[in-house]
Design a binder for this molecule. Sequence first.
Ligand SMILES: Cc1cc2nc3c(=O)[nH]c(=O)nc-3n(C[C@H](O)[C@H](O)[C@H](O)COP(=O)(O)OP(=O)(O)OC[C@H]3O[C@@H](n4cnc5c(N)ncnc54)[C@H](O)[C@@H]3O)c2cc1C
Length: 429
Amino acid sequence: MSKVLIIGGGFAGLSAAVFLSKANHQVTVLEASPKLGGRAYSFLMQSQNDFVDNGQHILMGCYRNTLKFLSEIGAMENLYFQKSLLLNLIEKRGNTLVLGGNSRIYPFNLISALLSFPSFTLNDKFSLLKFFVKLPFISKNELKNLTVEDWLVKSSQTANSRKYFWDLLIVGALNTDPHKASAAVFLEILREIFFHGNYASTLIIPVTDLSNLYCSPTEEYLEKNGNKISVGEKVIEFKVEENKVVKVVTNRNEYTEFDYVIAAVPLHSLVKIKNNGLAIPTGLKPGHSSILSVHLWIENFCIKKKFFGFIGSDFHWVFKNGKHFTLVSSNASKFMPMSNEEIIKKTAEELKIYFPDFNKADIKNSIVIKEKRATFIPSPSFEEKRKNIRSVYSNLILAGDWTDTGLPSTIESAVKSGLTAAEIVNRNS
Ligand SMILES: Cc1cc2nc3c(=O)[nH]c(=O)nc-3n(C[C@H](O)[C@H](O)[C@H](O)COP(=O)(O)OP(=O)(O)OC[C@H]3O[C@@H](n4cnc5c(N)ncnc54)[C@H](O)[C@@H]3O)c2cc1C
């Protein structure tokens, strides 16, 4: 049994803690903020007497590590699972379209969904078909220096296939501009989503707030097994002897009783810890993309589906939960300088365009959440450098969505890194 200090109480840190606790190690989690969850958290909105997420989080069937973690803490009943991929899309003036796969005909379900999509011409279908047929034979190395945009142009993807398929997938999966994102990372995701069985491409949506989904169950799980979580405790410095961290200094305590330290914090937080022991390739500074979430409580308004993807809007999704509607804009830099009033006005105008029955006067409450550093940008240069970031201390293990998981900035990347960190401790204990 090893004693492990985990810095950071987001998906990476909490999943590492659970996997370690399961393997009978003794864990202490130190989280700087007063609450757990990191970039995936919820808070009590007093005026609604309800918990609200910082942003709608969607999982997919291919999130194998995340589902393993959620299953371990008993959270599976708080998820809604699609049986097969189904995307309801909406165009201006309310025209709706369905992009859906048939689970019985895997591995041809995606192809059949694309071929039967009403807005695609023969040419669109042919270019998509050609792309997916080639996919299993492309190596990551071939795409190493390309952006997603380069790859799509090289593969002659049509304007229509961009509008109804690629643009939504890219912004949803990578939260960034196709001109900035690495084609190699996109290849990895496409393979994860479309070549691992019918279930891999399905969407999984939490039916409760994020704290209730995984933060509270993790707290209970860890405490039941004699582990500790300390919130409001920020790590400031590592004291090092002979290439080993021997003391972790926080704003409240000093810790010396540990065998391993797992730093599960974003790179920009890690570099602020004194003596962090990072070997960082020169010029490494990942950019970040923002996400805007507009929560509205609307009377006398209904949308027919649980959620819709917008076609041709600055917003990408709208989710419904009773009278609570959440509109999400990914890669949302254009909204960041706007005031909340301007954003609500723009949101109401957009809703009116897509749902002509909507009436602005029916909005009874609202909150705007801007996450400026929601995700890192998986650019081709960051992807190359990411592989070479390491800790120079023998007992300091790095975790977090930004570490070398091959995945973009997602929950699955964070949990994969948490599991890998736990495996390193297991192997060496
Ligand atoms: C609005 C929004 C929507 C998103 N939607 C999706 C989605 O639909 N699907 C998806 O897969 N992903 C989504 N993501 C991305 C996902 O939330 C992140 O990839 C994931 O939560 C990252 O987890 P992490 O543990 O690596 O890092 P974080 O969540 O950032 O956790 C790091 C923790 O470390 C703590 N910390 C930092 N420094 C210190 C210190 N010195 N001492 C102690 N603690 C410290 C921080 O307070 C934080 O709690 C979204 C993100 C946002 C913001």
